[in-house]
Design a protein around this ligand. Structure first.
Ligand code: PTJ
Length: 263
């Protein structure tokens, strides 16, 4: 995060504004694209509605996601511009704890962007980053965007793929290929959220460190026990709970119209 933040620490929404400053900063270095700023705004709106806290249903999804990554033969964490800007350090740590490979995979493969995202990951401590330049030589069928370009050592052969802040097309294609897809998406209504195997409806800022902690805890379990956690998990139920949570929260707020303490 910028050391030259213009946001006063006393501002009631300081944390959210500092995150916004960070994403704007990364857009100036080409890591985040303009549509990434729009995506962030959509995420912020949903975060406001859920109360900017990790919900109980998100915690359930985080546990299943950590188990899925740990029991996998070839787990891969797919990294785009927004994910790198917001969570590079935690992404590097999650890769280390779970043994997952990191692959840069961009919707907008503009000149120099893959390298820019790779640099952010390396500076955060990540090693062995797949999907950059010619390394993304394989293609996923059915996808029209640049996201179809994947690394044959990574997403192509992965059995479990974590896709933070994803677009729907690739999620559908990866699920069709028989992979377990884990999404982090604040919008429980998005195609990504709806089609993924495990959907964490939470801000990547909170979900990533929580995933690292959960993976550290579950790491002691046998593969069999980890697989049981994954098979007992029901994403349809978790999504219903996430939407139900939003419904109840809005109904409560609608009673008196107060969200913030204005005193
Ligand atoms: O870096 P690139 O080129 O790969 O492009 C990345 C973006 C994000 C622009 C691309 O994947 C895209 O267009 O995504 P969408 O279709 O806008 O979907 C992004 C989803 O992420 C939306 O459903 C948002 O609600 C959600 N989202 C945004 N910010 C956060 C978030 N979810 C969790 N945490 C956030 N901080």
């Amino acid at each position: 995060m910028s050391e030259h933040s213009t946001t006063s620490p006393q501002h009631p929404r300081a944390e959210s504004l500092r995150i916004r400053e960070r994403i704007v900063e990364y857009s100036q270095t080409g890591v985040v694209v303009l549509s990434g700023l729009i995506a962030h705004g959509r995420g912020e709106a949903f975060d406001y509605i859920i109360g900017e806290k990790t919900t109980e249903c998100a915690k359930k999804a985080i546990r299943a996601a950590a188990a899925a990554l740990l029991q996998a033969e070839h787990p891969v964490i797919s990294v785009n511009g927004n994910a790198a800007a917001l969570s590079a350090g935690d992404i590097a740590r999650l890769a280390e704890v779970t043994g997952a490979a990191l692959e840069v995979n961009l919707f907008h493969r503009l000149h120099g962007r893959e390298e820019a995202v790779e640099k952010v990951l390396r500076e955060a401590g990540a090693r062995n980053i797949l999907g950059v330049g010619e390394a993304a030589s394989a293609r996923i069928p059915e996808i029209q965007s640049d996201r179809r370009r994947v690394d044959p050592r990574g997403i192509l052969i992965a059995d479990v793929v974590l896709v933070p802040l994803e677009d729907g097309d690739r999620t559908v294609a990866l699920v069709k290929m028989g992979k377990i897809v884990i999404a982090i998406d604040l919008n429980p209504l998005s195609r990504t959220a709806q089609y993924s195997t495990i959907t964490i409806v939470d801000n990547i800022i909170r979900a990533m460190p929580a995933l690292v902690t959960e993976a550290e805890i579950l790491k002691k379990m046998s593969r069999e026990d980890l697989r049981r956690i994954v098979s007992e998990y029901n994403n349809r139920k978790t999504l219903s709970e996430a939407i139900g949570f939003i419904n109840e929260r809005l109904s409560e707020l609608a009673q008196n119209g107060i969200y913030l303490d204005w005193k």
